[in-house]
Design a protein around this ligand. Sequence first.
Ligand SMILES: [Zn+2]
Length: 293
Amino acid sequence: MFRLLTLSLAAALVSLSSPAHAQVRTAFPAERGLSIADFPRLVPVGEGVYAYEALRKPGFTTVSMIVVGSDGVLIADGQESNDATRAMLAAVATVTDKPVRWMVVGSVHEDHTGGTGALPADTVLVVHPDGLSQIKSGGRKVKIGPSAIGEVKSIDLGDRVVDILFLGRAHTASDLVVRVPDQNLVFMSEVFMNRVFPPMRSAFPKEWEDALQRALDLKAHRYIPGHGFVDGPERSREEMQAFRAAITHIRSEARRLHGPSPDDRPDWGEYASWMLADSQGPIALQRLSTLRE
Ligand SMILES: [Zn+2]
């Protein structure tokens, strides 16, 4: 099988000692009753469409979407390393013998692009123009060939067409989301991280809320996150709303702390229990104070 995990990741998982419960809303694998041995895994989400959940440090999933067409396979978001990409390609090969021909870069961050070197050499990378200029200026370690392209609205996979959407600046200035119209599915990349405290280092939080609302207005049957778990259709919509509400709350906490009591501690409420809250909370406050949002 296609398993790829490190000892330190194993330690991180073991430390998450909560009771197993399949229905828990969380990004922590152990709280969902899952162990390292369950990953990576393919989750069928529609006809010829799969979510690929791989574990990475500090123990949450990085999700790619795989769409199989008659002319080849499209991958939405990659994995963090060449080894992780090879594991994903091995998983793809268990469901189709079509070659991977396209990869949409929903997030230019390295945990989604660090493995581009292991893709077939002629894979076309689809990148937002702003992300492409970041890559070309050397700011991102993404292996691209001459085939990387900027403004692409849709890709024809032969027997189906996939839409590439820019819903506005969100987690970064160049987030792309991918819609599979024939299944009414939307892969959100890092615009939606299921039960993960929103990482804001390079985010535009107010616009991020708007982008999430635009995605909700698409009325997709199901939303696939870039991190955290792939939930069922109805719950995926609820979790999108919860994630948007988290950004709203974080913004309002940041505004409150910039008021008369600057020594107040942030009250993240229920979001304090979301994955990465300890590390990302201070970063969010810093970013929001810089942006003055
Ligand atoms: Zn990421």
